[in-house]
Design a protein around this ligand. Sequence first.
Ligand code: NAD
Length: 376
Amino acid sequence: MGSRREVLGIGAGMAALGLAPGLASRAFAADRKIGYAPADRKIGYAIVGLGYYATRQIMPNFAGCENARLVALVSGTPAKLEQYGSEYGILPSHRYSYDQFDRIRDNPDIDAVYIVLPNSLHAEYSIRAAQAGKHVLCEKPMATSVAECQAMIAASRKAGKKLMIGYRSRFEPYNRLAIELARGGHVGPTRLITAEHGFPIQPGQWRIDKALSGGGSMMDIGIYSLNAARYLTGEEPVEVSAVESTDRSDPRFRTVEDRISFVLRFPSGIEANCISSYSSAHNGYRVIGTQGWIAMEPATPYVGQTMTIRKDGVTAPRTLPPPARNQFAGQLDHLAECILKGTTPIVAGEEGLADMRVIEAIYRSAAERRHIEMTT
Ligand code: NAD
């Protein structure tokens, strides 16, 4: 490894790639644009569902937020309310069971509710939160059907409250730079995107129970391939085709799919070849243009994104300085700032709905073994 400056990718190697020195800083400027202006008042969040993602990834990251703070917890397990309530200094009056959920209406400290429950509960709790007069941040997938997504959007509109989906990669600097480079034609106009996401699913969890998950790998991890194809192009697919491959004798896959390979065709002619899997380990995407490619592998982990660019025959890593805020704090602060400033989240409910429309088309294509045209 060379000097820190080289490690940060500001040196001659970058010039050889034709990367303007300001590019990384523009990505960070863009981060500032999506906004972390310190506010007079921090937005108070209630976390609903104290499982793995909420307790290990989200709650510890309030410490890095400028505009957001954790003020309330909702759980069906009194011991968790006690444990995390004490750990995070949550007032006993701000700890709720699911039966008491609607009482959040009477708690002015709660501005926003973050839904971190199994997928089939997202719509119900998002809608009840909006009806209680609260803004909503809901985990991906937004829900388990287009109809549920539409009902969530309608409820938040009726309440005059924000609805945002937990697409954390949109607050992660490498993914933000990849968007800028891909859409800006850095390796020439994009012709092809490949995107792969998967992991071997462990038995005995709600993710493989369709009643709770709404579907298999596509709902859970394949959505990262789909969402990346959409954010790297900035376009909506006009045609979808998919092939499913699931060993139904495997007890993990009694009700949900394992692997789905899908192709998205975009209006500009870009094609995305994507994989979603519950039986093999993948995490990456590649944007291929006329002059080279931008590879992100891994692309969407919690930490450790790695970018490599090949342009005009030169291959080099692209390394960014650590961001002021990680992707988790970034998304919490973003909704908070949208609330404070009256602006719309960059990943509002419509973004989750757009993914769900494609997921439904992917399932239909695989089931009916034909291409599906997306109608607007
Ligand atoms: P988890 O199983 O660890 O947690 C789910 C929580 O929901 C548990 O505390 C459980 O007790 C509670 N729960 C309430 N009602 C339940 C019911 N009827 N059945 C089962 N559990 C119930 O799951 P997780 O990994 O934390 O995932 C929660 C959500 O977060 C999912 O929508 C998932 O897609 C999403 N998630 C997102 C990311 C990301 O990187 N954005 C990562 C992990 C999970």
